[in-house]
Design a protein around this ligand. Sequence first.
Ligand code: GDP
Length: 226
Amino acid sequence: MKEELQDPSSKEQTAPLTPNPEIEVLSAQYIASAVREDQYPPEKLIEIAFVGRSNVGKSSLINSLCRRRGLARISSTPGKTQTLNFYQLEVRRAIERRQLFFVDLPGYGYAKRSQKKRTSWGQFIETYLTESQQLKMIFQLIDIRHPAMESDLQVYDWLIKCGLPVQVIATKADKLTKMAIIKQLQLIERQLNISQGQVIKYSSQKGIGRQEVLDVIDHILYYKNM
Ligand code: GDP
């Protein structure tokens, strides 16, 4: 019987070179701070906004996603910066490059609790969130060590009522044990009425969750595209 000769490398040759290419951040730079529309950057790029209570780890998360230590400021004075900060990123997936903006919103939760039915944000933030045509996703950050606070719930409800897409990210996951992480994620999901397994755990210090968040960005840029 004739034996079929097989080139041992033939399997590799027929497989795609990059079967599941991951998105990479090539560069990230600060572009503008804005409180009014005329101060927004003129380029029309997809925008992803980041919201969370002051001190939740928002700057650290933006820096860790971009792998740029000093990009977003790690604040020592919570709630001080009251501007929308735009960062322009270039990302690559296989050979396809795309540009987008990360929009860092001021931290909430420190304002006086006077306005009952409103978020504690300034009007310009609500205007941006409700009127931007480029805004495709809001990453809402919640500290994994605690239940979602009243201000987190209030902001989440408001975003959902506005019909905005929200991905919740639970920060500082390195501070808890594996068991405690599971418990806290379930608690936050119950509080927000989100189906189980939807909240992403993250640690800027350990890089936990980074790829998962990049996968969400990948989906927005390469699949849902405008
Ligand atoms: P922001 O006010 O939301 O921008 O929060 P920052 O990024 O400035 O972080 C607030 C504090 O939390 C800082 O002391 C950070 O070092 C710390 N922090 C942020 N992310 C993490 C994390 O993933 N793990 C740990 N252990 N600490 C973090």
